[in-house]
Design a protein around this ligand. Structure first.
Ligand code: ZN
Ligand code: CA
Length: 378
């Protein structure tokens, strides 16, 4: 049923169009034309200028054709990580890789090609289907910017699939929420050799805070990390300022709150402990904490209609669908946050975010087949 050559050609064409985050202009232009040719009505939102990208998000609407059912959303992202300029897709023994200097961009173009092929087949075979909304986001790889800026009122779907993970016949229904944390510690500057007792070292405050902090895997559902530290000027100056950045993630929103509070408390306790009297004046290091919620938790229940549909489609093809949780956030977290029950579907991409990235043509075909079945049964 799947036209393997057409699917493989489409993937190669998409891969060859450079589309690192913020520079989605060319791929967006191509996809607008491509989806119009498929009969879709293409809308671009205003996320482009707001995110600083060459393109906005695209919403492509396919009105129902022969079937009156709830709409189905299929989402993918248009951007890739770098190095992304001058991608040369190489097909050898049924496996696509880049020529070696760049990523392949199968993350997420495998998903885009699979959706296009599925829609081609559904049209070709006149398979009755309900309304479909294809959402193509920008800047997923730099913090889900496009999905966050997308106006959810543009979408009518209450259920969807986000094609954006490795593996095939694999669905992800749980993902944690995450907080980004930034701590700016201000101490007091002083000459380290002449008057060290007049200084309060911001680096020592940070060190003490982090030494007391629970980090890494906190429990089954929660992780935390300090990722960057910047500060200090010279070895002979007691450092006045240091900036520490980290994150916390959890599948349980309450535990995320608890871990975040713990990390903040460690800095505040360290500042308290290291306060000292200089020239009769109490100097307490200052800690400025910034917490930004990166994405809400995703937790699609077994009973959700999208998961039931996906399981049925998979079983209908004689396959076993693996359903599990994941450790990272993606556009699907944002869609779920808007009340669109969205499951992440494996696209076959492999070794993503590296120049060894690859995808097998057989897997592209396998996922496109599953999509056709999902659309048919939706
Ligand atoms: Zn991706
Ligand atoms: Ca990615």
């Amino acid at each position: 049923m799947i036209n393997t050559q057409r699917l493989s050609d489409e993937f190669a064409r998409l891969a060859a169009i450079a589309s690192p985050s913020y520079r989605e202009g060319a791929i967006s232009a191509y996809l607008q034309e491509r989806f119009r040719r498929l009969g879709g009505e293409v809308v671009m939102d205003d996320a482009g200028p707001r995110a600083g990208s060459q393109s906005g998000n695209l919403v492509v609407r396919f009105p129902a054709s022969g079937k009156d059912v709830e709409p189905l959303m299929l989402s993918v992202h248009m951007d890739t990580v770098e190095p992304a300029d001058g991608v040369v897709p190489v097909l050898e023994d049924g496996v696509f890789t880049s020529a070696g200097e760049t990523v392949l961009g199968a993350d997420d173009k495998a998903g885009i090609a699979e959706i296009i092929e599925a829609l081609e087949v559904v049209r070709e075979k006149n398979i009755p289907r309900g309304p479909i909304e294809v959402v193509l986001t920008i800047c997923e790889e730099v913090g889900l910017l496009g999905a966050k800026l997308l106006d959810p009122s543009l979408l009518r779907s209450r259920r969807g699939l986000a094609l954006d993970t490795s593996g095939v016949d694999l669905a992800i229904c749980r993902a944690p929420s995450a907080n980004k944390l930034r701590f700016e510690i201000s101490g007091r500057e002083s000459h380290a050799g002449i008057a060290p007792e007049k200084g309060v070292s911001a680096i020592v405050v940070a060190a003490r805070a982090m030494a007391a902090m629970r980090l890494g895997r906190i429990d089954e559902q929660t992780t935390a990390n300090i990722g960057t530290i910047h500060g200090g000027q010279a070895t002979n100056i007691v450092p006045k300022r240091v900036v520490v950045e980290g994150e916390a993630r959890s599948h349980d929103p309450e535990r995320l709150v608890r871990q975040t509070a713990h990390m903040i408390a460690c800095f505040e306790e360290a500042a308290e402990t290291l306060a000292l009297v200089v020239d009769g004046e109490m100097v307490r290091p200052e800690v400025l904490c910034e917490v930004v919620s990166e994405y809400p938790v995703m937790d699609v229940p077994e009973s959700a209609s999208i998961l039931v549909l996906l399981r049925e489609a998979s079983a209908g093809l004689g396959r076993t669908l693996e359903v599990k949780g994941a450790g990272g956030g993606s556009d699907a977290n944002i869609f779920n946050g808007h009340g669109i029950e969205t499951v992440i579907l494996g696209t076959g991409m492999s070794h993503v975010h590296s120049v060894q990235e690859s995808v097998r043509v057989d897997d592209l075909v396998r996922v496109a087949e599953l999509l056709v079945e999902v659309i048919r049964r939706a």
